[in-house]
Design a protein around this ligand. Structure first.
Ligand code: GMT
Length: 380
């Protein structure tokens, strides 16, 4: 099939999922056309069956803000028409789904039928979606999509609760390519970051408020106070970073905390980690937690949104109420209490992640694509 994938190219989870999905589909022989305003971060090199179409957003003297949705729509019309695409797959409702709808209508006038699928990722529904000014457009574009998917049951429920959507939403969970989560010689590599046998605790995010990275620091401080010999690796960057650096200085723990910045690949960091912390306020799925599990790293997380669909409490990690730092510390201590306990949790983490292996998830998308194309042929 010839598939256009519309995505955000940045470090956000939706962009990562969209890019990895496209790469996996391309490996299976589908022709993939990524359409967005800059090269997606995980599309690091030339690959067979993959094409990139840049939506160029130039500054027009007339506009204070360039109308991205219109430029994107024109690009979609162009790519569908000249690359003979079979369907568009939009990741994130705004503005991708509404642009796809507009492109669909323009192409219809020219006798071209193009179905489009919208995958809801979370912040488009739970945060941005709650802003009433977006509501009519999101509701409309969800209802007009040929097919709609959500990355968790929790997000599906949120969509029905917040929007006037009555149509079917398929849940297709996020995934990992498990064979990629393996690093040779990782013990040697670990010595660089933990030269005195420290346990490595990790957090990865875009450091926005919703991620509650301050809780990560508090849990880590709690572990140090309980005598755990550990270091903390913080991967990512964002608005909360200055505050975090200030806390580290005030609490005198700068020597134990490493700010590693936004990394294109997190596999190396996860491969040397012993514990992952994701204390988010809300999380439709928690791809970062799944990537940790895939590396055999148990997860301490908040019991919110789609996280309980990923992490099993007491097996591959522990879940606590949002903001309950002392419970998180207690749970982390249970995992780190002995080498045997840690090994057991690590094994369970890896096992849990296999449920979300790409080999289980890719056929669900392929089936959906076939259904969408068949349906649009009938309806026209
Ligand atoms: O979490 C973010 O800040 C990024 C955001 C995004 O839209 O890229 O992530 C959302 O989509 C991911 C991929 O489906 C999910 O794993 C994240 O849980 C979800 N984030 C939130 O719901 C806060």
């Amino acid at each position: 099939m010839k598939i256009g994938i519309v995505l955000y190219p940045t470090f956000g989870g939706s962009g990562v999922v969209a890019t990895e999905l496209g790469k996996a589909l391309a490996r299976k022989g589908h022709e993939i056309h990524f359409i967005t305003y800059s090269l997606p971060v995980r599309l690091d090199r030339l690959r067979e069956n993959i094409y990139f179409h840049e939506v160029s957003v130039s500054d027009y003297p007339l506009f204070e803000h360039t109308p991205y949705e219109q430029v994107l729509t024109s690009k979609l019309v162009d790519v569908v028409k000249y690359e003979n695409l079979d369907l568009l797959h939009c990741h994130y409702a705004i503005p991708h789904a509404s642009a796809a709808y507009m492109a669909q209508q323009i192409l219809k006038m020219q006798g071209i039928i193009i179905p489009f699928i919208t995958t809801l990722h979370g912040t488009d529904i739970t945060l941005v979606g709650k802003d009433p000014s977006f509501e009519p457009v999101i509701t409309f574009s969800i209802n007009q999509s040929t097919k709609v998917t959500a990355v968790s049951e929790s997000l599906k429920r949120d969509t029905y609760n917040h929007f006037d959507v009555k149509r079917e939403i398929d849940v297709i969970p996020n995934f990992i390519c498990s064979q990629e989560y393996y690093l040779e010689n990782n013990e040697k590599y670990k010595l660089r970051y933990a030269p005195n046998g420290e346990l490595l605790v990790t957090h990865i995010s875009n450091f926005r408020k919703v991620k509650r990275v301050g809780d990560v620091l508090e849990v880590f401080r709690g572990l140090l106070e309980k005598g755990v010999n550990a270091k903390l690796m913080l991967v990512g960057d964002g608005p909360e970073r200055n505050k975090l650096e200030r806390y580290c200085r005030e609490w005198g723990i700068c020597g134990k905390v490493m700010f590693l910045g936004s990394l294109k690949s997190t596999i190396e960091v996860l491969a040397i980690s012993d514990l992952f912390i994701l204390p988010s306020e809300t999380e439709s799925f928690g791809l970062a937690a799944l990537e940790a599990l895939a590396s055999g790293v148990p997860v301490i997380a908040s019991n919110t949104g789609g996280i309980p669909e990923v992490v099993e409490h007491g097996k591959s990690g522990y879940l606590s109420d949002v903001g309950n730092v002392s419970d998180m510390i207690e749970n982390a201590l249970k995992i780190l209490s002995s080498n045997e306990a840690l090994m057991e949790f690590k094994k369970a983490a890896k096992e849990r992640s296999m449920k979300f292996d790409i080999t289980n998830v890719l056929p669900l998308y392929e089936q959906l694509y076939e259904d969408a194309v068949a349906e649009s042929r009938v309806i026209g």
